[in-house]
Design a protein around this ligand. Structure first.
Ligand code: COS
Length: 383
């Protein structure tokens, strides 16, 4: 938990200023070049963003889930490419270790992850194992005291800079599906690991993903994270928190899109008056604001309940489903309000429209969220 309300408010205000004064002016250039400058990454490090959710005992800020989503909403005011840079360190690239690592593993990696000296990355998805994550075929075979990894991971966020991968691999080939999968902490400089060229994508330029290939990569016995065969559950627990974070980022992006739409609607004149005077434009603005508010309330409430120790797996899925679909509709309306200009690269809404499309796909598609929610409903009814 961040020390007290005053410290939290001050840090949120500092991040808000950093986002608006330092990141927003570089958004278009980052989208063009596909690179976030080292100076901006250093600024994020100085604010402690790389260690936001890492416990204080390991040098992080120890943010609660509620605090984390408030920061994600602030970061949503700008391009998702910036948040992605530290997003794996505070989310999928560190939380398996935070939740299930040994003291020795935590001491070894968490302080460097918190300082942003080491980039963490989460290697679950494979070319043939996307939504059906339990069908992964990357193999970890015992070799003396250690393990040998073979396989290919796909769309691995931040892999081009990563120094530490949380890798999910099958340790028991006789167990099909989610059972028989274990998690490993694998250092990038392990011989036999290669990272492919960054993927060419629709949006979120500057946030890099790539294939990661394991070709007889030997890792020591203490690279195992948690117990053998428990890897899938480790991944699912990490994704529960990650889904709330993505939902919060969607709320932040929606707020920005609404602000862009309102500014444009007040400035743009047609038929002799600002288009904001037209009720059909007003309806779009009002719908977007209402939906963004609904998503904000859902995310904050679910985050608070998670902090109280409640099982919010299905509700985190509901938040991700609703918030990511919501920002898709908000982005679509934002382009519509901008008319032809909304299709032009000179206006930020064109870029956000492409950027936010990813939210409905990664960390579980909308359909996977529906499946998680409905399964929990059915299980609850049968209990
Ligand atoms: N927390 C803890 N344990 C969980 C869990 C959660 N949120 N969700 C599932 N589990 C456990 C189950 O209890 C089950 O354990 P038992 O075998 O002991 O009962 C085990 O994990 C397997 O669960 P399940 O049977 O539900 O697995 P499925 O193969 O049917 O798949 C889905 C479940 C579809 C939900 C999972 O594959 C998924 O989330 N897919 C999307 C993956 C994803 O988000 N990828 C994004 C890329 S990573 S950025």
């Amino acid at each position: 938990m961040i020390r007290d309300q005053g410290s939290l408010d001050a840090l949120l205000a500092t991040v808000r200023r950093f986002v608006r004064e330092r990141l927003v002016p570089h958004e278009a250039a980052v989208a063009e070049s596909g690179e976030v400058s080292e100076a901006l990454v250093a600024g994020m490090r100085d604010l402690g963003l790389f260690g936001l959710t890492i416990p204080e005992a390991y040098g992080g800020l120890g943010a609660t889930t509620e605090e984390e989503v408030l920061f994600a909403m602030e970061m949503g005011w700008t391009s998702p490419a910036f948040r992605a840079r530290f997003g794996t360190n505070i989310g999928i690239g560190s939380q398996g270790l935070v939740n299930g690592g040994t003291e020795e593993q935590k001491q070894r990696y968490l302080p460097r992850l918190a300082r942003g000296e080491l980039i963490g990355s989460f290697a679950l998805t494979e070319p043939e194992a996307g939504s059906d994550a339990g069908s992964l075929t990357t193999r970890a075979r015992r070799d003396g005291n250690g393990w040998v990894l073979n396989g290919r991971k796909r769309f691995i966020t931040n892999s081009p800079y990563a120094g530490l991968f949380t890798v999910f691999a099958r340790t028991d080939p006789d167990q099909a599906g989610a059972r028989g999968v274990s998690a490993f902490l694998v250092e990038r400089d392990t011989p036999g690991i290669s990272v492919g060229a960054p993927d060419r994508k629709m949006g979120q330029m500057g946030a890099h993903t790539a294939d990661v290939v394991f070709d007889d990569a030997h890792v020591p016995g203490d690279a195992l994270l948690g117990r053998e065969g428990e890897g899938f559950k480790i991944a699912m627990r990490v994704l529960d928190r990650g889904r709330l974070h993505i939902a919060a980022a969607s709320v932040g992006n929606a707020d920005r899109l609404i602000a862009e739409s309102l500014t444009y609607a007040l400035e743009r004149k047609q038929f002799g008056q600002p288009i904001a005077e037209f009720q059909l434009i007003q309806a779009m603005l009002a719908d977007s604001r209402t939906e963004a508010l609904a998503a904000r309330c859902m995310v904050l409430e679910t985050a608070r309940r998670r902090d109280r120790g409640e099982d919010v797996g299905a509700d985190a899925a509901s938040c991700k489903l609703f918030a990511t679909e919501m920002v898709g509709r908000v982005a679509d309306r934002a382009v519509q309000i901008h008319g032809g200009n909304g299709y032009m690269a000179a206006f930020p809404v064109e870029r956000f429209y492409r950027d936010v499309r990813l939210y409905r796909l990664y960390e579980g598609t909308s359909q996977i969220q529906q499946l998680v929610i409905a399964r929990a409903m059915i299980k609850g009814a049968q209990a």
